[in-house]
Design a binder for this molecule. Structure first.
Ligand code: SF4
Length: 381
């Protein structure tokens, strides 16, 4: 007997007759990615140039990926049965792009006149036991200033089920709609950090955790120092670039005894990263140098695929890395950002990591936190 429930809610029972020991002959259809119903001016996917992995042209907005992988979703494409499903299967926590809680401002940012009013929607879920990590992508002149304060205040009023909120400066590519959206200035980033600090102070007093966090990039663009590692708790939003630097420093300290005995002394090691992390990595490299005795060189590469304003290491194309390493026979090892390849070891531009490794004069290893690549065999590309 096979019992199925259709998307409409109708339940059907099938009697399947088969010889004992033979498989049922039923295969589940692979889940289809839920497409996004919005058209944000800062949309990363719309800004993608030709020549990348096909999947990168899909604008996904899928609550299942949000639950499973921590992808941020807007929840603007939920059907009534999705709401029930999230509650029934307790798909919690979900990661939600809020951006603004004023419905008019949110619809403007998402370029979706039908976007759901997010606070009543979140409240409905919260009342049914679902919790959320949230983010605000900061678009200057639209959802900063009083709008940011309103957004943080509205989210805070939903109580501890809103587990965290991060404020992330908008990232644009050279293909983005620059006539409609720009990056925040240093002063605008500082003002946003001021709002973050106010809410964090309140949350620490009320709830014992900061709750509200600025992305590392916000501090970088504001030219202000990062908070200490303890500030970030379990680094819940580090994949979103929130506390990533402090996380790395923590990992390196944890691996210290092993790193000290690995024999890297006087070796020359290149660290490939994007231009965002390049100015932050010296803080990490100071620790690494002191522990291992190796000489580290930071190779902060411009993104030749998306343009120089895309600064994260995870989006570096293989060709840019190849060009940087091809003639560097003076290096004993190069560490590549592991997040820049997918599960098939393909970079953004479809170059395969082993193909890259075969064309450079030094061994290369994929690394999330340096310690993973410098202790033991590491993961060779
Ligand atoms: S929500 Fe906006 S940024 Fe995200 S995929 Fe949709 S259009 Fe792009």
């Amino acid at each position: 007997m096979l019992r199925a429930r259709l998307p409409s809610g109708e339940e059907i029972e099938y009697d399947v007759e088969r010889p004992e020991g033979l498989p049922m002959g039923v295969m589940l259809e692979p889940p289809r990615i839920r497409r996004c119903a919005n058209h944000c001016d800062f949309c990363f996917v719309d800004g993608n140039p030709q020549g990348m992995r096909q999947a990168l042209y899909i604008r996904d907005d899928d609550y299942r990926l949000s639950f499973r992988y921590g992808n941020f979703a807007t929840l603007t494409n939920l059907k009534p049965w999705d709401l029930e499903r999230i509650v029934e299967y307790r798909l919690s926590p979900l990661y939600v792009s809020v951006h603004a809680t004023d419905p008019v401002v949110r619809r403007w940012l998402l370029r979706n006149p039908e976007a759901t009013d997010v606070i009543p929607q979140l409240r409905w879920f919260v009342e049914r036991g679902i919790s959320f990590h949230t983010q605000v992508v900061l678009v200057p002149g639209i959802n900063d200033g009083p709008q940011l304060v309103r957004t943080l205040s509205d989210l805070y009023s939903l109580g501890p089920a809103i587990l965290s909120v991060s404020v992330v400066p908008v990232a644009l590519t050279e293909f983005s709609k620059h006539s409609l959206v720009r990056q925040p200035t240093r002063e605008e980033c500082r003002a946003a950090i001021g709002a973050v600090d106010d809410f964090a102070a309140r949350a620490v007093a009320d709830r014992g955790v900061p709750w509200c966090y600025g992305a590392d990039d916000l501090y970088l663009q504001a030219e202000l120092p990062l908070p200490p590692a303890e500030w970030y708790g379990d680094f819940e939003q580090r994949e979103n670039g929130v506390g990533a630097v402090r996380y790395l420093q923590t990992r390196i300290q944890a691996a210290r005894p092993a790193l000290e005995t690995e024999g890297w002394r006087d070796k020359r090691i290149g660290i490939v990263t994007g231009t965002a992390m390049a100015p932050l990595i010296p803080q990490i490299v100071t620790d690494l140098t002191q522990i291992t005795g190796a000489h580290f060189e930071i190779l902060g590469l411009e993104n030749t695929l998306f343009g120089p304003s895309v600064t994260t290491a995870g989006l570096l194309p293989g060709k840019a890395i190849l060009a940087a390493l091809q003639s560097r026979s003076d290096l004993d090892l190069a560490l590549l950002p592991a997040e820049s390849v997918n599960d098939d070891l393909l970079f953004m531009d479809d170059m395969e990591a082993h193909a890259l490794a075969a064309q450079v004069p030094m061994p290369v290893r994929l690394s999330y936190d340096f310690a993973d690549a410098l202790v033991g065999e590491g993961v060779a590309a």
